[in-house]
Design a protein around this ligand. Structure first.
Ligand SMILES: Nc1ncnc2c1ncn2[C@@H]1O[C@H](COP(=O)(O)OP(=O)(O)OP(=O)(O)O)[C@@H](O)[C@H]1O
Ligand SMILES: [Mg+2]
Length: 337
């Protein structure tokens, strides 16, 4: 995890300290040149090396995102098209009326975190390592029910402090279905259509929610298509929307948070991830080898994919773990080759 474990308020304090600490040094280094020019030069050098909230460090690459979504993300044609539309539309809008809120749903290992990473890499020069991206994992960051009031105020301070520092901040909430409803309520104002809240505008921020809720219903749709002999690529967003909204409203576990956000139309896009098949796992294996700088070895990718577990029983179509564990399995198989 990258930015996740920064202490909440510590970050805001540290980043302002760094800026303050740095400026006197640059001014000293360039002493001799005229004052204003020296400071400008110092800032330029600073800006070159240190991530700041400007177009040098935050610049949307729409072609890059399109290429990544269609070439690096496997088996998710609906996700690729919706995410591209959502991000491009939002980034093209000069004065968005609200922050962009995406809710990513689906079976484990199908690419939800991976898509967040692809978005990050095409918006922030430093990708997921950007200090303007903040990732929260419900069970890791907000584990104790008794601490809910503390978490609420910390989270609100954290969001407000960071958006004040950089309006184009991105917040990723993982395991959204395991977040305490009170905590979700506490972030709702930031997702809304307000021009400003206490003098701060949240309209350029991006919020991404990840969860497994809806995963089973999405899988059922994919299974129905398969059983009817239809092509997976024929599945349209509207085929999945019904499945999603059913689980959104009826699912005891994950339903509550959705309902409270849907009521006010705070989520702009619900994005359904399909379960992955054998051929996608082979693709994941090949991509993983390339990422590790290894010679492509189709036989090995095929072996790893074949040894994964699939469901439903007898039909064996979808991978139980998606592409998760492909990377570690590859290492294991290579070590024992
Ligand atoms: N559709 C996909 N295309 C390409 N690679 C994928 C895909 N899905 C998963 N992967 C690979 O598998 C890894 C694990 O996937 P990821 O963490 O995105 O799953 P997830 O949907 O967030 O699962 P979970 O619900 O368990 O959190 C990714 O880092 C990526 O390397
Ligand atoms: Mg995940």
């Amino acid at each position: 995890m990258t930015t996740t474990h920064k202490t909440f308020l510590g970050y805001v304090l540290i980043s302002s300290l760094v800026v303050n600490a740095f400026e006197p040094i640059t001014t000293t280094v360039v002493a001799g040149a005229s004052g204003a020019a020296a400071i400008a030069a110092g800032r330029k050098i600073y800006n070159y090396f240190f991530e700041s909230c400007d177009s040098k460090w935050i610049a949307f690459n729409s072609t890059g995102l399109e290429v990544d979504l269609y070439q690096k993300l496997f088996g998710q044609h609906v996700v690729s098209s919706v995410v591209l539309k959502a991000i491009t539309g939002f980034k093209k809008t000069e004065n968005p009326k609200k922050p962009l809120v995406l809710s990513l749903h689906g079976w484990t290992g199908t690419g939800k975190n991976y898509v967040s990473q692809l978005i990050a890499e095409n918006v922030y020069k430093k990708g997921m390592a950007s200090s303007f991206i903040h990732q929260f994992v419900a069970t890791a960051h907000f584990p104790h029910q008794s601490q809910i009031e503390n978490y609420k105020s910390q989270l609100q301070h954290w969001i407000k402090g960071n958006v004040t520092n950089c309006p184009q901040s991105m917040f990723i909430f993982d395991e959204m279905d395991k977040m305490h409803p009170g905590l979700i309520d506490s972030i709702k104002p930031y997702l809304d259509y307000y021009e400003k809240l206490d003098g701060v505008s949240y309209r350029q921020a991006i919020f991404i929610f990840l969860s497994n809720s809806g995963g089973e219903d999405i899988t059922q749709v994919a299974l129905d298509f398969w059983r009817e002999g239809k092509n997976r690529e024929e599945i349209k967003l509207k085929d999945l929307e019904t499945a999603l909204s059913l689980s959104v409203f009826n699912n005891k576990q994950g339903g509550f948070w959705h309902a409270s956000l849907i009521d006010k139309n705070l989520v702009d896009f619900f994005i359904p991830f399909l379960p992955l098949e054998y051929k996608h796992l082979v693709q994941c294996g090949m991509a993983e080898m390339a990422a590790k700088g290894l010679e492509p070895n189709y036989a090995l990718a095929d072996q790893v994919a074949r040894d994964m577990i699939y469901f439903p029983k007898n039909e064996n179509i979808f991978s139980v773990k998606g592409c998760k564990t492909i990377s570690s399995k590859l290492d294991l198989y290579r070590d024992h080759a």
